[in-house]
Design a protein around this ligand. Sequence first.
Ligand SMILES: C[S@@+](CC[C@H](N)C(=O)[O-])C[C@H]1O[C@@H](n2cnc3c(N)ncnc32)[C@H](O)[C@@H]1O
Length: 294
Amino acid sequence: MTTTPPPHPGAPVPFTHGERVLLTDRKGRRYLITLRAGADFHFHGGMVAHDALLGQPEGSSAVSSRGQRLLALRPTAGDWTVKAPRGAQVVYPKDQAMIVNLGDIAPGTTVVEAGAGSGALTCALLRAVGPSGRVTSFELRDEHADVAERNVAERFGGTPPNWELRRDDVLTGLAGLDCDRIVLDLLDPAAVLKVAVDALHPGGILVAYTPTVPQIMRLREALDADPRWGLAQTTETLVRPWHVDGLAVRPDHRMVAHTAFLTTARRLPGDPGAEPVPAAEPEPALEPEPGSEP
Ligand SMILES: C[S@@+](CC[C@H](N)C(=O)[O-])C[C@H]1O[C@@H](n2cnc3c(N)ncnc32)[C@H](O)[C@@H]1O
């Protein structure tokens, strides 16, 4: 099946019927709406007719019945993540970015993901692998799979031909599959290792997203116990927004302080008698260029 993705942010085409648009009010409150001819959007600041935006270029504003101006922009991937309907808790943009980076998920790679949940991470994986790659997502719960399916279809303008959603337990469904990357966002990733190790190509990368410390401990113990895994590392990503207003330049009072930890490991051939592979060294600081100022 071919897909017709909605225009991306910055595409030089006017807003059309059926498009998702992000409206921002003067206090920075944001609303994700679907533009429909003849429909109205109601919020605390009054009512805006969708027709005021249809046919207008991105970045246009509409004034509400109570005189409030709303700026209209196409949503970014991050906006979709935090504003799209959800069944299960989603992976936030900061962690999506690190999963793609630490997992080296690039065009052409084949990824198995579990569970699909609301499909937020699925969208990031699909974008990263591009049309030449492939994503297979497992989801146990039908009601979550339905949300994931809808969110992916809306983001990509249909079901991408290189995406398969399996309404199945990854513990049984992974048998017989092979892939370059496995990305786990479920309660007990350690339990998945015994099937993941057979599915992942040597040199491939496992990424596990776990909110709590006991999950990390179980996972790292299981990785250390099997010579077919190596170079494990666990990181946490903190993004601290800043308040920038005239001379008041300081960290914001609020931030998303905790989401989850990311653990990555490489699949190794694990030859009998091979030396155990230590955990990955932390990333080294950048060396200064020879001859540069100290
Ligand atoms: C936190 S949610 C995933 C959210 C998703 N990463 C996102 O960004 O939208 C975890 C999901 O894993 C699913 N799950 C748990 N164990 C599973 C298993 N063994 N096989 C497949 N799915 C599983 C749950 O039903 C749940 O929907």
